[in-house]
Design a binder for this molecule. Structure first.
Ligand SMILES: Cc1cc2nc3c(=O)[nH]c(=O)nc-3n(C[C@H](O)[C@H](O)[C@H](O)COP(=O)(O)OP(=O)(O)OC[C@H]3O[C@@H](n4cnc5c(N)ncnc54)[C@H](O)[C@@H]3O)c2cc1C
Length: 529
């Protein structure tokens, strides 16, 4: 049976800090533990979610010492890494922005540099910039139950490494590999006379003005690249194996414009955020419950924007149902405009081989190109590739069950921040951070030094963590944790439900097992019985 320990009577006012060593009642002075720097909370990653986490820890857990470890030289994560032409959000910034900091720009579908500026401005304004340690790549973290702390190994590059300890590990490391995108092997690519570029590593010197470009792919990156490159390229061809759903949205939300005119900034942000949450939810639910109707609706949208007689059945009629994969949104229909103008075109076919001049397709058609962009996706990787061990045993993610979509069974004092797949990433990350702050404060008040999700309910069936048929998900599914068939093991992918559970739900729900230090801190550096 799941159990939750009562608050220990001995853990009173003096803070039984998370990470205080518990050795069965023997007091151990902190300075004897080891010489490593100790922090209450270590946040891994300084992207959108890591910066958001730091802001929330800073404001809601004033007593906690924390640092943000970032592998790269700069903050911003995704929004700093991706620099391909036209890089932008594909969900609205009222929900991709933080709940606590209004998005003030006019465009709701925003370009990458504006999003990066928003993230960095937030870090500066909340005073968390100074807490980020760049070129700190976490490679391994080992939990010790005796010490109730994590020992974290960090690679600082050039063969230099450093070890830190922390009471709570908060993984905000995104969901994909930074060092390489997904690049399937294409037959004959070595003999191609032009250039091949992956959007994840866009070189500064790519000149595509007046060049023939082929973009391989049909996802969010491809539909972003095509209109942006079509502005100056001789021609851009989107070469897709199979079609995706593409829907046009206004770049500037007209309803938001009116609401912003009549309400003060914060109130307007909140109202528009909720409007968009509800719109996205209803749209998603309609797609799941009435797929045929939504197929027809989406098709009409495409038809309206493309020239009469355009072959929609070949290029814009996916074989799967709407929202079985992430949907591509194009601001103001810019993709359709590029296709309509003749500056871009779509080819739905399979690649037989690269040739000296371009690509030979299975249909026998040859596409000549000066530049080929392989928008073939991401390599999914959870928890930043960090090796986790608990009391000497390696954690196998695939054998764990996710608790509320933010902790893992058998892994104490560790949370991860992963956003929604069917709505803006930040909606869930905001709630995750909110919950982690509540959890930290709860443990602090009660004198708990550790908490670990435990599922002892045999009626909970294991299910794949993501109900999505996108390639990058399917390629990684056997390495990911599972979700359970019911609360609190089930991933809702639903903001109002998560809001209720994560912001207002009880922390002690029977599935989280807490342990208390019998030792308490007597003075800043001493543990006393
Ligand atoms: C091109 C692109 C467009 C997207 N557009 C949208 C959108 O419009 N809407 C939406 O909801 N989602 C979108 N997403 C998903 C997107 O990734 C999230 O919205 C969000 O930016 C992710 O933020 P994050 O901080 O969780 O992860 P990331 O942005 O990936 O940041 C993770 C950070 O952690 C660091 N890190 C990783 N591992 C380690 C380690 N071991 N040690 C130290 N540091 C580490 C990384 O260097 C990085 O800085 C998009 C994704 C991509 C790739």
């Amino acid at each position: 049976m799941p159990c939750s320990a009562p608050a220990p009577s001995g853990a009173s006012r003096s803070r039984a800090r998370i990470g205080a060593r518990y050795t069965g009642g023997t007091p151990v002075p902190y300075e004897d533990l080891d010489s490593h720097e100790h922090l209450d909370v270590l946040i891994v990653g300084a992207g959108l979610s890591g910066i958001g986490a730091a802001c929330q820890v800073e404001t809601k857990c004033p007593g906690q010492s924390y640092a943000v470890l970032e592998a790269r030289e700069d903050s911003g994560g995704t929004w700093d890494l991706f620099r391909y032409p036209g890089i932008r959000s594909d969900s609205d910034m009222f929900t991709l922005g933080y709940a606590f900091r209004p998005w003030k720009e006019a465009k709701s579908i925003a370009d990458g540099p504006s999003i990066l500026k928003y993230v960095r401005d937030t870090a500066r304004d909340y005073g968390v910039e100074r807490k980020i340690r760049f070129r700190h790549s976490v490679v391994r973290a080992e939990w010790s139950s005796a010490d109730a702390r994590w020992t974290v190994e960090v690679d600082r590059g050039d063969g230099e490494s450093v070890t830190l300890t922390c009471g709570f590990l908060f993984m905000c490391s995104g969901y994909y590999r930074y060092d390489e995108g997904h690049t399937p092997r294409f037959e004959g690519s070595e003999r191609f006379g032009g250039r091949i570029v992956h959007p994840q590593h866009w070189p500064d010197d790519v000149d595509y003005a007046s060049k023939r470009v082929v973009v391989i792919g049909s996802g969010a990156t491809a539909v972003t690249l095509i209109p942006a490159m079509a502005e100056s390229a001789a021609h851009v061809t989107m070469l897709q194996r199979s079609p995706s759903y593409v829907a046009a949205l206004p770049a500037v939300d007209p309803i938001a414009k009116v609401i912003r005119r009549v309400l003060p900034t914060k109130a307007a942000y909140s109202v528009v955020r909720w409007k968009n949450v509800l719109f996205t939810m209803v749209f998603f639910q309609l797609c799941r419950r009435r797929p045929e109707r939504m197929r027809a609706f989406l098709r009409k949208g495409v038809q309206r924007r493309l020239p009469p007689g355009y072959d929609i059945d070949t290029h814009f009629k996916p074989t799967y149902n709407p929202w079985d994969q992430r949907m591509c949104l194009v601001p103001d229909g810019d993709l359709f405009e590029a296709l309509g103008s003749g500056k871009a075109s779509v080819v739905t076919d399979r690649i037989e081989t690269f040739t000296e001049k371009g690509l030979l397709l299975e249909s026998g058609e040859e596409l000549e190109a000066d530049l080929v962009v392989t928008a073939t996706g991401l390599n999914m990787r959870l928890l930043g590739g960090v090796e986790l061990a608990v009391d000497g045993r390696e954690v196998e993610l695939a054998k764990t069950l996710s608790y509320k979509g933010l902790m893992l069974t058998g892994v104490p004092n560790m949370a991860f921040s992963i956003g929604y797949t069917n709505a803006s990433w930040t909606l869930k990350c905001d709630l995750t951070c909110d919950y982690v702050c509540r959890l930290l404060n709860h443990m602090d008040e009660r004198g708990y030094v550790s908490c670990v999700p435990e599922c002892n309910d045999s009626s909970v069936a294991e299910e794949p963590i993501i109900d999505f048929s996108s390639g990058y998900v399917l390629r990684a599914l056997d390495r990911l944790p599972k979700q359970g068939s019911k609360r609190p093991w089930r991933l809702h992918q639903n903001y109002p439900l998560d809001l209720r559970e994560l912001r207002y739900g009880q922390i002690e729900d029977g599935a989280l097992r807490f342990s208390a230090a019998v030792a308490t801190v007597d003075g800043p550096d001493r543990v006393a019985a």
